[in-house]
Every structure is written in structure tokens, then in C-alpha cells.
Write a protein of this length. Structure first.
Length: 208
């Protein structure tokens, strides 16, 4: 009857791991496989520290493991949200009803007063888009997306290009990305709308 082998020590485990890695099949291991193997070994070492590293060492290892797990969960949630946004159909800025810039502003302020900040952000960007159309700073293009609006308006008002791009991202986030609108985000959109109302287009031929 064969004897059961007892537990091996850390030095013996390290020696066996080195022998395992010296095998020919690891010579062509991909970078992703290497990273995964190192990560699992790192977690294994931390678990060993929790089990036999004493009170202080075990506590530190447990904290590190918790932080690693929290980071992985946060990364997974971020990737899922990005994937959902990428899969969502992108429609035009405006809804079915044709409204003036003033009407969109009134709708935005009403929604903000009632705590519906996602809708308020959407309506305020529509007010910006309609105002730019009414002032002939952008063409009245049906089905224009927020990014297309920001790009065209940025050419007419180059000093606002960065703010317009940020406003388009905010609109897309609350409309397609599942991000809830906030009072602060709406305040930024409203401030941009007010500044754009006072802006004048760059002269033809002026440097960007």
C-alpha cells in the first residue's frame, strides 16, 4: 500500500514550480497566459499568507485580496456599461415633436425642477442644437447625432469645440450609456447653452 505524501514546504513548491515552467510548452506561452498565471500565483501566495502569516500578515493579505476583488468587480462593471453603450442604437438628437429652442429650454427647466435630470440634460442639448439651427450656425440636418452636432458647431464656434464635445458625451451617457443625470451635469449643460447664446461665429478664414 503506497504512503500518502505529506504537505510540501514553500521552498519545495518553488522548486517544483520552476521545474514546471522549464518545460518546453511554456516557451511559446502567450503574454495573456503569462499574466493570468502570475496573477493566480499572486493570489495563491496571498491566501497562504492569510492562512499562516500570523495576525498582522494575515490581515494585510486579506485587505490586499479585498482590494483586488473590488478592482476586478469595478473593471467588470465598467466594461459591461461600455459594451451596453456600444450596442445601443444611436438616434438623432431630437425627438418626434418639433420644438423651438425656447420650448426645449422650458422643458429642460421643468424637468430639472421636478428632479428628472436625465430628461433635463437631453432637453437642454436639444435647445442648444435648435438654437444653433435657428441662428444658421449649423444646418438643419434631420437625424443628426450629438457627436455630429458637436463637430459641426465646433467648426463654426472653435472656442467652444471642447465644451460641445463634452456636452455630446454627457447626452450620450444619459441617453444610451445608462448613466443617471445629475444636477451638476445639468448645470454644466445649462451654462454652456447660455454662453453659446452670446457667442458669435468665427470669421471665414480665421485660424482655429
Amino acid at each position: 500500500m503506497p504512503f500518502l505524501a505529506g504537505p510540501i514546504g514553500r521552498d519545495e513548491a518553488a522548486r517544483r514550480a520552476a521545474e514546471e515552467l522549464a518545460r518546453p510548452e511554456y516557451a511559446h506561452e502567450s503574454l495573456l497566459d503569462q499574466l493570468y498565471r502570475h496573477f493566480t500565483q499572486f493570489l495563491s501566495d496571498l491566501l497562504d499568507a492569510v492562512a499562516g502569516g500570523g495576525t498582522a500578515g494575515g490581515f494585510v493579505a486579506a485587505v490586499v485580496i479585498t482590494l483586488v476583488l473590488v478592482g476586478l468587480v469595478a473593471l467588470g462593471a465598467w466594461r459591461l456599461r461600455r459594451a451596453a453603450r456600444d450596442r445601443a442604437p444611436v438616434h438623432g438628437v431630437f425627438g418626434a415633436r418639433v420644438m423651438t429652442a425656447a420650448e426645449h429650454r422650458e422643458a429642460a427647466e421643468r424637468a430639472a425642477a421636478e428632479g428628472r435630470h436625465t430628461e433635463a440634460i437631453q432637453e437642454r442639448l436639444r435647445a442648444i442644437a435648435r438654437d444653433l439651427e435657428e441662428r444658421a450656425l449649423v444646418d438643419g440636418q434631420p437625424g443628426r447625432t450629438a457627436d455630429e452636432l458637436a463637430a459641426e458647431a465646433g467648426r463654426a464656434l472653435p472656442g467652444f469645440a471642447g465644451d460641445l464635445a463634452a456636452a455630446a458625451r454627457s447626452f450620450d451617457d444619459v441617453t444610451y450609456g445608462g448613466v443617471a443625470g445629475t444636477p451638476a451635469a445639468y448645470a454644466v449643460m445649462r451654462d454652456l447653452d447660455e454662453r453659446l447664446r452670446q457667442a458669435r461665429p468665427a470669421p471665414l478664414g480665421a485660424p482655429a
